[in-house]
Design a protein around this ligand. Structure first.
Ligand SMILES: *Cc1c(COP(=O)(O)O)cnc(C)c1O
Length: 350
């Protein structure tokens, strides 16, 4: 039985036998071939992180952050969140029996994520401001004794999240040539790069992937090399104007000879619909940025003449997190009377 990422990868994590492990059996998410479905003629896999217990990769970091908080004997956890961090923090805090406080940007959090934070018992505070403003406040608050910050500034978050890189190597049997990943606060690209490096240094793997990060055009501070005051994008999970792990994302980009590029909301939504309708994979818009970016780079000829290409795209969160967006992007429901002939006609038309 899979025991969760801490028990499975403990030798790579800062835990001891005295660390109380708070787990929901996160990790062990599938690597699904999608190359053909998205029209590419080389191997492409989706790491479907939406299948984690709360529906996003945040669970990998949260099991570490909350376990270490328990080990340190804290009284509460706190975070600022575009949604998934709060959903995950609330669930792991519930499991641990710890109070949880979350600050979200008012009106900018997908309904699925908000419902999770609430039902798990977190105190949710909606701030009339954006994510970056909320993060500034919780950073200051968390210096108070007994309150632990569980944003990705918490180093244990990155430690837990790096296990996804281990899993990819273990599942694939080799290191992918390229990793495509959405970039918001930039903790995850940092974590993956660290994970791939650690597996190499431990002698488990023998190469490193090229890191290709993608930001939404209206929220692309790293691409444009300046903080964005009012980030805007349909991909709310990466609607971040001043990433906390900015420098580390640059290091991952440069050390891997990769790039961090901007893609439009239209491209993100096209990939979102393509994944759902052709690959059978429902992810949230931010996640589709990885696939949109891959498609864009392939069109621009980036992969031409490259040998042994195998790409992994990180689908960071589940589509059910943001059902409103799905309704906007999908065809309408057909209404009909309970009449055999009418319905037969609709079905025959295809
Ligand atoms: C948090 C999140 C991201 C962004 O990850 P960062 O570590 O902030 O770069 C992308 N997609 C989803 C679904 C997320 O929840």
């Amino acid at each position: 039985m899979w025991r969760g990422i801490i028990a499975e990868y403990s030798r790579y994590l800062p835990v001891t036998k005295d660390t109380p492990i708070i787990t929901l059996q996160e990790g062990n998410t599938p690597l699904i071939p999608i190359g053909e479905a998205i029209g590419l003629d080389f191997p492409v896999y989706a790491k479907y992180e939406g299948l984690n217990p709360t529906g996003s990769f945040k669970d990998r970091g949260m099991t570490m952050a909350v376990s270490k908080a328990m080990e340190e004997g804290v009284n509460a956890v706190i975070c600022a969140s575009t949604g998934n961090t709060s959903a995950s923090a609330a669930a792991y805090a519930a499991k641990a029996g710890l109070p949880c406080f979350v600050l979200i940007p008012e009106g900018a959090t997908a309904v699925g994520k908000l419902s999770q934070a609430l039902i798990h018992g977190a105190k949710v505070i909606a701030v009339k401001g954006n994510f970056d403003a909320a993060l500034r406040i919780v950073r200051d608050l968390a210096t108070q004794k007994g309150i632990t910050l569980v944003n990705s500034l918490n180093p244990y978050r990155i430690e837990g999240q790096k296990t996804a890189a281990f899993e990819i190597c273990d599942q694939l049997g080799h290191v992918p040539s390229h990793l495509c990943i959405p970039v918001g606060n930039a903790g995850n690209i940092t974590a993956y790069w660290q994970g791939f490096q650690e597996y190499l240094n431990a002698g488990i793997s023998n190469s490193l992937p090229v890191m290709l990060g993608f930001q939404a055009e209206g929220a692309a501070p790293i691409v444009y090399n300046r903080p964005i005051e009012k980030p805007e994008t349909v991909a709310t999970a990466i609607r971040i104007g001043n990433p906390a792990s900015w420098e580390k994302a640059l290091a991952a980009r440069d050390e891997s000879k990769g790039s961090i590029l901007a893609i439009t909301d239209e491209e993100i939504l096209a990939a979102y619909r393509l994944l759902a309708s052709k690959a059978g994979l429902f992810c949230e818009p931010a996640s589709a940025a990885s696939v949109a970016g891959l498609i864009e780079m392939n069109s621009s000829g980036y992969f031409q003449g490259k040998h042994n290409v195998s790409v992994v795209c990180i689908l960071t969160g589940h589509g059910l997190k943001d059902p409103d967006n799905a309704f906007e992007q999908a065809p309408e429901v057909i209404t009909a009377p309970p009449d055999y002939a009418v319905i037969q006609e609709i079905v025959m038309e295809g």
